[in-house]
Design a protein around this ligand. Sequence first.
Ligand SMILES: Nc1ncnc2c1ncn2[C@@H]1O[C@H](COP(=O)(O)OP(=O)(O)O)[C@@H](O)[C@H]1O
Ligand SMILES: [Mg+2]
Length: 224
Amino acid sequence: MNTIIEVNNVSKTFGKNTSLNQVLDNACMYVGEGEFVSLMGASGSGKSTLLYLIGGLDREFDGKITLCGKDIGSLKDRELSKLRLQNMGFVFQFYNLVMNLNVEDNILLPATINGKKRSELKKDLDDILSITGLTEKRKAMPSTLSGGQQQRVAIARALLGNPAVILADEPTGNLDSKSTREIMELFARLNKEKGMTILQVTHSDECAAYGTRTVRIDSGKTVG
Ligand SMILES: Nc1ncnc2c1ncn2[C@@H]1O[C@H](COP(=O)(O)OP(=O)(O)O)[C@@H](O)[C@H]1O
Ligand SMILES: [Mg+2]
């Protein structure tokens, strides 16, 4: 199994001088290709912090993080952006959709900003709308959709670049139980049928059960 994410003795401290808050203390974990890993831990235990470090959204840390074989600490900002764009899809608790763009324009936005033509993306867009069950909603505005549907748009947007891994931070944290099941079933299906690698942060055992393995954070260290 190829390793997509490798976290080696990563430590992270916020604050200065007298108000230091060490959130991660030599944390180690990995995610192999085709895994669906759930990162769990109490509120404030550092789950989002670790996910953001893995995603290259925060570059200040001690230790080593390798993504798709590249040590992200040794990359220039521009190289890291490129690695992120080509290999990672992000999904957050709040869907971060652009409210005055319809479903398909939201899904296409990151790719078109990065210079892709809509015509090149048409087939991928059609496939992704179908996988995420949004074909009939492709012209709908986000405000007319349920929370679960909006999160599916965010997942579709993350999938469009065909990333090696999806990083999701409490993707169902804002959803009712029916929509939560819908999103977890979509992740499980993407993982099983498409071999998509997924790392999700969750504090729900029910959500973690959809994954193939669980890693816990406690006192800044990772277990499992
Ligand atoms: N940007 C930041 N500046 C200062 N402290 C932060 C920042 N982000 C997170 N923290 C602190 O790090 C700890 C872990 O936060 P977080 O990773 O968000 O936890 P979790 O996602 O597990 O709930 C908390 O004590 C939080 O206050
Ligand atoms: Mg968090």
